[in-house]
Design a protein. Structure first.
Length: 180
């Protein structure tokens, strides 16, 4: 083993796919990009981290709801661009030519071009760490997109794209919740 700089260790653990989070504040929709999300258990409970440096944070705190949209690799460049500018002065849906769709349980819009959209309500905000805990209340999938590939942030400006899938369900069958 070779010693590795501990300040870069997060690049080994940077989790799930890059996501786009939509919010609405005073009838104005916004999108932010996040590369850190966490599934908390086998229920639709999730967490992510963001803070006052993001324009969407006030809407999250005020309205306590959002949509987590999961883009495919085809949207990777747009997702990075969305995360590299503020929604304070621009309409990101127009600028990046994304289609907002009305959600059924929250005011924040779904993103039509994304593979999956999860309508969420914020159930906790851990202020010390800027962590938002959310319950998914509705989920949508774009069934027109077959075999989607997602992309994952390494944390240093590089990304990894999904590749070959390995199926070990038979080994885990007694650990997988019913219906999953």
């Amino acid at each position: 083993m070779k010693k590795f700089p501990v300040q870069k260790a997060f690049t080994f653990l940077e989790p799930g796919p890059v996501v786009l989070v939509t919010t609405v504040d005073e009838n104005r929709a916004n999108i932010m990009t996040l590369s850190w999300t966490m599934v908390l258990d086998f229920t639709p409970r999730f967490a992510f981290m963001t803070g006052p440096w993001n324009f969407s944070c006030n809407a999250l705190l005020k309205n306590r709801e959002c949509v987590i949209a999961v883009p495919t690799v085809e949207l990777a460049k747009k997702a990075v661009q969305i995360g590299s500018c503020s929604g304070a002065g621009i309409d990101k849906f127009k600028k990046f030519r994304l289609t907002p769709l009305e959600a059924s349980s929250v005011k924040a819009p779904l993103i039509e071009e994304c593979y999956a959209n999860i309508e969420c309500r914020i159930i906790d905000h851990i202020k010390k760490h800027n962590i938002f805990v959310l319950d998914g209340v509705e989920a949508w999938v774009n069934d027109k997109q077959k075999a989607p590939c997602f992309f994952h942030a390494v944390g240093d400006g590089r990304f990894i794209v999904d590749g070959e899938k390995i199926n070990h369900r038979k080994i885990m069958v007694d650990k997988i919740p019913a219906g999953v």
